[in-house]
Design a protein around this ligand. Structure first.
Ligand SMILES: Cc1cc2nc3c(=O)[nH]c(=O)nc-3n(C[C@H](O)[C@H](O)[C@H](O)COP(=O)(O)OP(=O)(O)OC[C@H]3O[C@@H](n4cnc5c(N)ncnc54)[C@H](O)[C@@H]3O)c2cc1C
Length: 468
């Protein structure tokens, strides 16, 4: 890979494939080589079509090579909101879709022997304060009503599973788990090549000329295609396409040094489940196969007009502070890396899947709202179903009426309002967590003695816990 890797997951990626350097023809032009583009190439090769993938940088350059690696059955904002917006029957279909998508990703990993350290351990949505219990209960109840494979984990069960003490109670999503996204996306790239797809990297598509055939312009040549599949996610609007369907937001992660045995013991973390918190703008934490923590917290940035934003040291300091707050026992663990990446959002938090263009030959699957490992990995099947005019589990997405994004400056105001309200709700919870830490770390009342029954987290808050 040329230049600095976009995330530690992409370290050591070999050099890129050659760029397109002449005019060629194909059945399907796929733009973008992330999970969406590569799963599309694999699915369409199974139908014997000539498929050419054009990637601006390197496969995995986008969110697919930068994410946290939680393979979750998450779709939409959250389950109760999904039921409120779409009703029980539609939600049941959407949950069935995303659970199908997880099975598909697991079969793909197995079929193509992708060595991506996949652990099918599930993910836990966890409360960091009893104030969040109501949210867990609502999610578990909604989950039971719509067929989500989840269960409530009471505090004793959380401890028995070896999840850190900061996470009091949780809802376990049994389907899915954690994986190494860099190795997964590179495995998909290898599988697409083995299936006979052609991949050109370092090949930005500068313009899509609508028509049949469509003509895709790149600096080195043109690609004439009967059909086009867009896997450009957060960059889609830069091509002048789907501008009112999805917008680009930026989210950020950190990685620590490998934890020592003593540090693992201090935090009492021996379970492997991925964890994210029941905040409105969640925190996520997981262990890697070499016992580092990869995590992130409550930071979503939007550039006015959808412009791409550079990384921001203040944001990195903020996510570090959230981590230190949550894991005071790990105050001596070094944070070795920070990175960020663009995600795409629709106003109803669901992916935009469908077809467009004057001839109806422009297919797309974009906008996974930061939860795309499952659905982007299944996008190829959804796009193939659409192209072949077949029904499929994705119908819940392509059959819905989407809410168009408002133009600027209203869009900017909507993002500010949503992140403002969500952030204020989260800060209230975090203030309560800090207040309980202070109460519990107060000296024991005079005259009492014997071993302190309180967990270490509450007894020994170290110096330097930052306020969010
Ligand atoms: C920091 C972060 C953490 C995340 N964590 C999780 C998680 O834990 N779990 C989860 O489910 N999801 C997570 N996500 C979301 C998930 O990574 C995405 O939903 C998924 O990777 C989207 O895949 P994609 O292929 O559609 O898009 P991308 O991977 O973004 O791929 C788009 C590709 O298109 C290329 N491209 C764009 N424009 C052009 C052009 N004009 N010409 C040629 N090529 C072009 C880009 O270079 C890029 O490679 C996270 C995302 C981020 C950024």
């Amino acid at each position: 890979m040329s230049g600095t890797p976009v995330s530690p997951w992409m370290e050591g990626v070999p050099s890129r494939a050659p760029a397109l350097a002449c005019d060629i023809d194909c059945d399907v032009a796929v733009v973008g080589a992330g999970f969406t583009g590569l799963s599309t190439a694999i699915a369409l090769r199974e139908h014997g079509l000539r498929v050419v993938v054009l990637e601006r940088e390197t496969a995995g350059f986008g969110a697919s090579g930068r994410n946290a690696g939680h393979l979750t059955p998450w779709i939409g904002k959250d389950l109760p909101t999904l039921v409120m917006l779409f009703g029980r029957q539609r939600t049941r279909e959407l949950i069935a879709l995303v659970q199908t998508a997880i099975g598909h990703v697991e079969r793909t990993i197995e079929k193509h022997a992708i060595d991506c350290a996949y652990e099918p351990v599930g993910n836990v949505m966890a409360a960091v304060h009893p104030k969040q219990y109501a949210m867990l209960e609502k999610a578990a109840k909604a989950g039971a009503e719509v067929g989500a494979d989840c269960e409530m984990l009471e505090p004793e069960e959380m401890r028995r599973r070896g999840l850190p003490r900061a996470f009091l109670r949780g809802v376990l999503e049994r389907r899915g788990g954690i994986l190494h996204p860099g190795r997964y996306v590179r495995g998909l790239r290898a599988a697409a090549l083995a299936a006979g797809a052609e991949i050109y990297e370092g090949t930005p598509v500068t313009r899509v000329e609508d028509g049949e055939p469509a003509l895709l312009h790149t600096p080195g040549g043109r690609l004439r295609a009967r059909m086009v599949a867009l896997g450009t996610n957060a960059w889609t609007a830069d091509l002048g396409l789907l501008k009112s369907a999805v917008m680009r937001l930026h989210v950020y992660l950190f990685r620590t040094a490998p934890l020592t045995q003593a540090q693992r013991r201090a935090v009492d973390w021996h379970g492997r489940e991925g964890i994210y918190t029941a905040h409105e703008m969640l925190e996520s934490y997981r262990l890697t196969d070499d016992d580092r923590i990869v995590g992130g917290a409550k930071t979503v940035r939007y550039g006015y007009g959808g412009r791409a934003l550079a990384d921001d040291p203040k944001t990195f300091a903020f996510i570090d502070a959230a981590f230190r707050d949550r894991f005071p026992e790990l105050h001596d663990v070094a944070i070795t890396d920070h990175w960020g990446g663009p995600i795409a959002f629709a106003l109803d938090f669901l992916p935009a899947v469908g077809r467009a263009g004057k001839k109806g030959n422009l297919y797309y699957s974009v906008g996974y709202a930061g939860h795309g490992i499952a659905l982007a990995g299944y996008a190829g099947t959804m796009i193939a179903d659409l192209m072949l005019g077949q029904d499929g589990p994705g119908r819940g997405l392509w059959g819905r009426r989407r809410i168009p994004l408002p133009p600027e400056p209203l869009r900017w105001l909507v993002v500010r309002a949503l992140t403002g309200v969500f952030g204020a709700t989260d800060r209230r919870v975090d203030r309560k967590v800090r207040a309980s830490l202070r109460t519990l770390s107060a000296p024991a009342p005079p005259g009492t003695s014997g071993p302190d029954p309180r967990p270490a987290l509450y007894r020994e808050p170290p110096d330097g816990i930052s306020n969010l």
